[in-house]
Design a protein around this ligand. Structure first.
Ligand code: SF4
Ligand code: SF4
Ligand code: SF4
Length: 267
C-alpha cells in the first residue's frame, strides 16, 4: 500500500523494534477505512488507540526476522521451517497471560518476550539485544574435489580466515571463521562445501536502563535442539520470573545451570 510523505515521515519516529508491527496496524486501519493510501489521519488514529489501549496491543511475545526473505544474497537457508514452529511454541506458552500474572498494572510493549532471527552472521535483525536471538550459520567443509587455486574463497572471506598455499587446498583459521557460508558459495570447483548448518543461540540481550548483550551458547544447533533449548528457556523464565523482569536480568540472577541437561554453557 502507498504511504503519503507525512505518514512515512511519522513512521521514522516509531521505535525500530515495533515499527514493522505498527506499520502493519496502520495499513490495516487504512484498508478498513476503504483508503488506497495511508495518510497522517490513519497514523494518528492508531497512535490514539495505542496510547489509550496499549495492553490490547501487547501480544506477549514478538518474533522478528531479518530481511532475508526479500531476496538477500547472504541468506543461509536451513530449510527447516523454524519460524513457524517457533511461533507455535511461543503462542503455546501464553506469555501475555503469564506476564499479566506477574506485572501489577497494565502491560506495556516492553513486557513482551522478544525473539529475533537473522539468516546469516551479519545479524541485521540485532539478535544480540533481545531475549533470545538466533543466527543462521553454515560451517564450510573440504570435499574430495580438487582445488584449482583460483583464489575466489580467499577473496570473498571478509574475516581473512582462509589461507591458500600454492599447490595445496585452502586452510581455514577456525578462530576467525564466522560460518557465513560465503566461501562455499564462491568456490567454482566444489572444493569447499557446506558443512554443519544450524543456529547460534544468544540469550538475555536487552536495551533499556541497564543494557546488555545476549550471551551466546557454545555450539551450532539443529532446529530441533534449538526449539528444545528455547522451550527450556521459556519454562525457566516462567518459573523464576519476578515482577515481569526481562530474561537478561533473570539470567544474571539465576545463571545458566538450568541448561545443564544440554551440557550447555555461555561461550
Ligand atoms: S542478516 Fe544476513 S541474510 Fe539477513 S538481511 Fe542481513 S545480510 Fe541478509
Ligand atoms: S564461512 Fe565465511 S568467515 Fe568462514 S571461511 Fe568461509 S567466508 Fe570466511
Ligand atoms: S574457491 Fe575453491 S577452487 Fe578456488 S581457491 Fe578456493 S577452494 Fe580452491
Amino acid at each position: 500500500m502507498q504511504w503519503d510523505k507525512d505518514a512515512e515521515q511519522a513512521m521514522t519516529k516509531v521505535p525500530f523494534f515495533v515499527r514493522k508491527r505498527v506499520k502493519k496496524r496502520v495499513e490495516t486501519a487504512a484498508q478498513q477505512a476503504g483508503a488506497t493510501q495511508v495518510t497522517m489521519g490513519h497514523v494518528t488514529l492508531c497512535q490514539q488507540r495505542y496510547l489509550h489501549n496499549q495492553e490490547d496491543e501487547v501480544k506477549g511475545f514478538t518474533l522478528e526476522a531479518c530481511f532475508a526473505q526479500s531476496g538477500c544474497p547472504n541468506r543461509i537457508d536451513t530449510g527447516d521451517n523454524l519460524t513457524e514452529r517457533l511461533e507455535a511454541l511461543l503462542r503455546a506458552h501464553n506469555l501475555k497471560g503469564f506476564m499479566k500474572s506477574r506485572v501489577s498494572g497494565p502491560l506495556k510493549m516492553h513486557h513482551e518476550f522478544r525473539v529475533t532471527m537473522a539468516d546469516c552472521p551479519n545479524a541485521c535483525s540485532r539478535p544480540q539485544i533481545v531475549d533470545i536471538g538466533l543466527i543462521n550459520v553454515s560451517l564450510p567443509t573440504l570435499t574430495e574435489f580438487p582445488c584449482s587455486g583460483c583464489g575466489a574463497c580467499h577473496a570473498v572471506c571478509r574475516e581473512e580466515a582462509i589461507t591458500l598455499e600454492p599447490g595445496s587446498g585452502p586452510q581455514f583459521g577456525w578462530q576467525r571463521c564466522l560460518s557465513c557460508g560465503q566461501c562455499a558459495r564462491a568456490c567454482p570447483t566444489g572444493t569447499i562445501g557446506q558443512g554443519i548448518t544450524g543456529y547460534r543461540i544468544l540469550l538475555g540481550g536487552k536495551l533499556g536502563r541497564h543494557p546488555q548483550l545476549g550471551q551466546e551458547l557454545s555450539g551450532i544447533f539443529s532446529a530441533a535442539t534449538t526449539l528444545a533449548i528455547i522451550e527450556t528457556c521459556l519454562i525457566h523464565f516462567k518459573a523464576e520470573n519476578r515482577q515481569g523482569e526481562r530474561f537478561g536480568e533473570l539470567l544474571t540472577r539465576t545463571g545458566f545451570a538450568f541448561l545443564a541437561p544440554y551440557a550447555l554453557k555461555a561461550a
